[in-house]
Design a protein around this ligand. Structure first.
Ligand SMILES: [Zn+2]
Length: 265
């Protein structure tokens, strides 16, 4: 998708903090063309401000830190939103139902305003590869962004999903995929703490939804997280991406390598 976009009005979402379970709130508002996505007016959603923290992506450090930004950023990438003002109450974004759908709905409710002027796409000229042990993310030059994701969790077997990052594909195929939680809490206690509207079950190391929305929901969620981390590039990536067991640390390392590759020209 070319061009930029913001939202027309201000919308907010209240919910629970996925780690501590306390009340948190986020308010989303419009931002001018070329502004980028900013948190609390001081931290821009960029790779230089990002790091992995406890199976989530965080922006900023210490008192300014905002945790678990990836599902909002995935919704922004999926819907083509490039400019946004994000205000948070609490240091973590609301978990919602563990997917990007609450954020996608919120952004659409605010009304998406598109304009021709947008960030220059990050167009790969050469392949990029990042490995961490057996995990890897590779990308080759392509038009638009296609994500191919393969996961092999002992609990869920081998799963594969692929999608093209357009709003039409993002909403039904990826946005609704929910996260897996690594917690020692019982599924019932964890559900109560997060105020989730569906039942949970334990599968090995994870607590997850009792009923899947997709048979390969864990894999789709990993692809969703990758899209959220790619939003940290601040511009659409033009590449075909192949990911095996992606995670936030690997995603961020990959996006940094893409940035270096683009700067090296
Ligand atoms: Zn996630």
């Amino acid at each position: 998708m070319s061009g930029g976009a913001t939202i027309a009005g201000t919308v907010s979402l209240s919910g629970r903090d996925s780690s501590a379970g306390g009340p948190v709130k986020v308010r989303l508002g419009p931002a001018g063309p070329g502004t980028g996505i900013w948190f609390n007016g001081r931290t821009r959603a960029t790779l230089s401000n990002a790091h992995e923290c406890g199976h989530a992506t965080c922006l900023g450090r210490s008192a300014r830190k905002v945790r678990m930004v990836e599902h909002l950023l995935a919704a922004c990438y999926g819907l083509g939103i490039t400019d946004l003002a994000v205000e948070t109450i609490g240091s973590t974004l609301p978990i919602g139902d563990g997917s990007a759908e609450p954020y996608a709905r919120l952004l659409m409710k605010a009304g998406i305003v598109r304009y021709e002027a947008g960030p220059v796409p990050a167009r790969l000229r050469r392949p990029v590869l990042v490995r961490q042990g057996v995990r890897f993310i590779a990308a080759v030059p392509a038009r638009g962004l296609t994500v191919n994701c393969l996961t092999r969790f002992a609990e869920f077997g081998t799963q594969f999903c692929a999608f093209t990052a357009t709003p039409a594909a993002f909403l039904p195929a990826v946005a609704r995929a929910r996260t897996l939680a690594r917690t020692g809490m019982s599924p019932a206690a964890f559900r109560k703490r997060l105020g989730l509207p569906f039942r949970l079950k334990r599968v090995g190391r994870f607590v997850c939804a009792e009923r899947w929305r997709f048979p390969d929901e864990p894999c789709r969620h990993k692809a969703l997280d990758l899209l959220g981390d790619l939003a940290l590039l601040g511009r659409p990536l033009e590449a075909e991406v192949f990911a095996f067991m992606p995670g936030h640390r690997l995603n961020i390392a990959f996006a940094r390598n893409v940035e270096r590759e683009l700067e090296a020209r």
